[in-house]
Design a protein around this ligand. Structure first.
Ligand code: ZN
Length: 349
């Protein structure tokens, strides 16, 4: 791999959307809510061992921005909720999430929400200590959180979303103080509840990022490559225009970067024009297929996106997280992402 600069100031600095598969010694594999394979101190150590493995893999792949691969959380939403007072994890209920696309076992909000303490301090300090490249930390966005937890207390979605936004902001400020360069909120719910997203969803995000001076980002996707999502995508027709409703609101917002799906999706690429002025993390890796992209395919996707996004604003990314995939496939896709970005630098640089 080229040993040139990997800072985000270099062209086409590549990054992952967020999650990576957990090794079989850490948790069950190929599952969205996997059971841990250890407990107590052994589990804490295993999480950090897996994080270190993926930091090295991302560096080896030539990525410019490194994440923790979400190795310390069972699930991208519930990993945050576990550190919040006011949530009953003992009595989970079945709830249809993402507009009833699929059922999930979710905990219930039963009292005012406060943080128990730091949520991701251990992982963030570990990540900062083990790479000199830019680091990104991901958390669920307010609208996606309230779509993944049952409400037995607030009685109003927006009120509960803003209560979560305040907690996210508290954790985000602490992450920034620990040297995190980019804080990203994951909002797949923006592609499901588009009208609410455009009105108060973006406003709740801005509450979560209030006062931050580091780079802020939002990831909006069509979900992991699981059957329920594949079936849903089959109903969306030839043109997926969900982004069209929320991008104008994001363009006007204070959020710096937007992560979107591109490769193998039915998103009309010209919708990227609606994000003028923003950094765009363009999805060049399909997470719904085990077929490994070639560097040429990745560079071609970057080339197509360059019709709509300025090159200094374009960051190649995965379409979504890779958590439910096999470790081998994820490793190969990271390598393709890095090699494709390098090829694009030589083609378009
Ligand atoms: Zn996603």
């Amino acid at each position: 791999m080229p040993a040139t600069s990997h800072s985000t100031t270099s062209l086409f600095a590549a990054t992952i959307a967020g999650s990576l598969p957990k090794p079989a010694w850490l948790s069950e594999t190929n599952k969205l809510w996997p059971k841990w394979m250890a407990e107590g101190d052994d589990l804490a150590q295993a999480k950090l061992d897996a994080t270190l493995l993926w930091i090295k893999a991302q560096e080896d792949a030539g990525l410019g921005v490194i994440g923790d691969g979400e190795q310390s959380r069972q699930h991208f939403v519930h990993g945050f909720l576990e550190q919040v007072n006011g949530i009953d994890f003992e009595h989970k209920v079945t709830m249809g999430i993402r507009n009833n696309r699929y059922d999930a076992q979710v905990p219930q909000v039963i009292a005012p929400l406060t943080l128990k303490g730091r949520v991701h301090g251990t992982e963030a300090r570990f990540l900062r200590a083990h790479t000199t490249r830019k680091i990104k930390f991901t958390m669920p966005g307010p609208m996606t959180i309230i779509d993944t937890v049952a409400d037995k207390f607030y009685g109003d979605k927006k009120t509960m979303a803003f209560a979560f936004a305040d907690l996210l902001n508290q954790e985000a400020r602490a992450l920034e103080a620990e040297g995190v360069d980019i804080i990203q909120f994951d909002e797949p719910a923006f592609n499901v509840f588009m009208a609410d997203a455009a009105t108060w969803g973006v406003e709740a995000l801005e509450r979560a990022t209030a006062g931050l001076v580091c780079t802020t980002a939002v990831h909006i996707c069509y979900g992991y490559g699981i059957k329920a999502n594949d079936d849903w995508k089959d109903t969306l027709g030839d043109q997926w225009r969900q982004y069209e409703q929320v991008f104008p609101a994001l363009a006007k917002s204070s959020i710096d970067q937007v992560s979107l799906e591109c490769y193998h999706s039915h998103v009309p690429p010209e919708l990227m024009k609606l994000l003028e002025g923003k950094d765009v993390m363009v999805g060049v890796i399909d997470v719904a297929s085990d077929v490994i992209e070639t560097p040429e395919q990745v560079a071609d996707t970057i080339g197509k996106a360059l019709q709509y996004v300025r090159k200094d604003k374009l960051f190649p990314c995965t379409n979504c997280g890779l958590a439910p995939m096999s470790r081998e496939v994820a490793m190969a896709k990271l390598a393709a992402l890095g090699a494709g970005a390098a090829l694009a630098r030589s083609r378009y640089g």
